[in-house]
Design a protein around this ligand. Sequence first.
Ligand code: NIG
Ligand code: FE
Length: 415
Amino acid sequence: MTTDLLFHHIDELLTGGDQGVLYDASVAFAGGRVRWVGPSASAPVARQIVDCHGLVGLPGLVDCHTHALFAGSRAEEFQRRLAGASYTEILEAGGGILSTVKATRAADLERLRSLLHRRLEAMLAVGVTSVEVKTGYGLNPATEQRMLEAMISTGSPVEVLPTFLGAHAVPAEYRGRREDYVEQVIRQQLPRCAPLARFVDVYCDRGAFTLDEARAILEAGVAHGLIPRIHAEQVAHTGAAAMAAGLGATSADHLEQLDDAGVAAMARHGTVAVLLPGAMLYLKDPPPPVAALRAAGVPMAVSTDFNPGSSPVRDLWTCATLACLRMGLRVDEALLGITRNAGRALGRDDLGWIGPGSSADLVLLAPPPGEPAELAVLVQYLGGHRAHHLVKAGRWLIRDGVRQDALAAGAGGGE
Ligand code: NIG
Ligand code: FE
């Protein structure tokens, strides 16, 4: 077998699949697909060979929960929170999410597209190749739809998986009329947005939407062909995780207040627990019940929850480290949390692992200066890692640390 492009002698490779972790490993691409993964000693012949001594490899990272599309700034709110104001108080006074809604409604499609494109480039630079992005800063049919249109037309090589989150907050014009707003979400927003989205999500919590409202919205989303997911059990225990698991949700996210019954329901339905240490840090939340999730065999993913309010964190590597330090994950769990289990949270069997049949996303990184090329070092150090080589869907997008022109980079790494 002759292949196009061989990444050869990778010091340590997380395959994210059945091959686990390999040492002195190689990955071969042909025709824009992964053809072979294994020990370098038995690597196939290749037209082009890239020496990867001193580098570690992983499947392209998957950020499975973000609000990366927003306009405006919340720096002033950040300072108010440092001075003692609470996240919920600020939201109830018309700030927080609602201030981002104001700015996002005022942004046209081109502006939204450009904001998201620039953020995706920053995520790509650290090794992220697939990103879930939520709506929820429009909160009316036209802006929710425009957010989705921006997501599916960024022109970025980073794959965006769009989520409809019309039930993120009650907009100012519906203040005191939450039931009417839920009605609008179901009757007006969903029919326009569902054809552009993959998931339906609801922020179900004290101060947000109730369990019954969340169920009604998720069921309506499912009827439109969307996959349910949920913001659950963050501020108060509501039973939302178990409810969503029963509806076939691929994930329940946050989970700081999850109880044993919720853990058991998630285990029973194979629902992924998405852990969001950025929000936990900024909102000073307690940790989710990681030991119980682990004991019950619930797969755990780790994500940034990147948004301008509760988690202004873009770096997925930083979140992997915080999940270990503040939530009690092991290094191997954190690494699977930003790869394979994040792919599972998105209901995508081809994401987060590297081998024949995968999405053909590979990232190679150098350790910090003076450190050995070991995967654990990248979790030990807090963020700041940059991709040295990166292949997305078989296209070589970062080469020797330099972003290649997306249009010029040919499939299979041809010159
Ligand atoms: O996941 N929980 C609600 N939504 C976001 C916060 C969004 C914002 O503050 O703008 C979250 O934490
Ligand atoms: Fe979120």
